[in-house]
Design a protein around this ligand. Structure first.
Ligand code: SF4
Length: 330
């Protein structure tokens, strides 16, 4: 992405917005751009923030860049998230260029727990939950686990990597119990956010909330705007170019489909948890079935099993108190 496109995006999103803006700089690999590009982003943010919005920026990187670079970017104000699948062998078998796993670990150690870690859970991660969780605990205070749901080029590895429904369920439950029993300050997502939604009634994670999904947009490197950064290979999910202005793109026909899908799936759903699950990610549904109006692959039983377990825990006073603390309610 050129500095001009980044500036145009920041300017327009901040003009349109009245609340807060969060920008995630994501790849490919965003750090192929030099630090001066990221300084320009921060400068644009200041320059265009005429409404005094709350603004934050994060970068999701493959972790192959030097810890000094992470320090520089953190000083500029970026949060850093490193994609790392929890153990060297999992990293090596999941990723193109996985041979660099040792280098990434070294860089994670050097960040001294100052970077978040984002891990993808595949069929190969089943039974390795404790190992992965312990790695998080030692090396970060913020981690996210995402079930492997192939979109775009990832579809080529679907058979080999996608967990079955039962495997997905056991991983979600195992991570939940590891986090629930843990007294360290580690924030594990999406589990923390899911527990929080039981107290607030309002999920914030986009894959559990059609409203959050509707409020997120993706841009490709040319400034073409899509419903999400995960849909930039799907022509039906393109909204237009940023130069047309967000007044035209927000709530346009392809954008409205996110909320239409929610209403359609809600009508058909028998799940008592649909209001905090919402049918899952529309891009995943599209990738699996060719139609975004379907449920996402993991949106049924794996999640419902987790919701049932949380609901059961909330009936126990001691566990409820602990979950309130862990979810940041009290
Ligand atoms: S399309 Fe999927 S990943 Fe993107 S914002 Fe919506 S739920 Fe999240």
């Amino acid at each position: 992405m050129s500095s001009e496109t980044a500036d145009m995006l920041i300017k327009e999103f901040m003009r349109y917005n009245d609340n807060f803006a969060h920008f995630t700089w994501i790849g490919g690999e965003p750090l192929i751009r030099e630090d001066s590009f990221f300084q320009e982003i921060m400068d644009s943010s200041k320059k265009h923030n005429i409404k005094n919005l709350r603004v934050s920026h994060s970068i999701q990187t493959n972790g192959l860049y030097s810890p000094e670079r992470f320090d520089t970017l953190k000083k500029m104000g970026f949060k850093i998230g490193i994609s790392y699948d929890g153990t060297p062998d999992l990293q090596a078998s999941h990723r193109v260029g996985g041979k660099n796993a040792e280098k990434i670990i070294e860089n994670i150690y050097q960040t001294k727990r100052n970077a978040g870690i984002i891990s993808v859970l595949t069929k190969k991660s089943v039974g390795r939950e404790k190992e992965i969780y312990d790695f998080f605990k030692e090396n970060t205070t913020f981690a996210r686990v995402n079930l492997f749901a192939p979109t775009g080029k990832g579809l080529a590895h679907e058979k080999e990597l996608i967990p079955s429904i039962e495997e997905a369920k056991s991983m979600l439950l195992n991570f939940y119990s590891l986090w629930r029993e843990d007294n360290s300050p580690l924030e594990l997502r999406p589990h923390r956010e899911i527990v929080r939604s039981f107290f607030t009634g309002f999920p914030v994670n986009c894959e559990y909330s059609a409203v959050s999904c509707y409020k997120i947009f993706g841009s490709d490197s040319k400034g073409d705007i899509y419903t999400c950064s995960r849909s930039i290979h799907i022509p039906e999910m393109k909204l237009g170019h940023i130069s047309e202005g967000l007044d035209k793109l927000v709530d346009s026909k392809p954008h409205q489909k996110i909320l239409e899908r929610y209403l359609y799936l809600k009508e058909k759903s028998n799940s008592p948890y649909f209001h905090i699950s919402c049918g899952g990610c529309p891009v995943e549904a599209y990738s699996h079935t060719g139609d975004m109006m379907n449920l996402a692959f993991f949106s049924g039983e794996p999640r419902d099993a987790l919701f049932r377990e949380i609901e059961k825990d909330l009936k126990n006073d001691a566990k409820r108190k602990k979950l309130e603390r862990k979810a940041g309610i009290i």
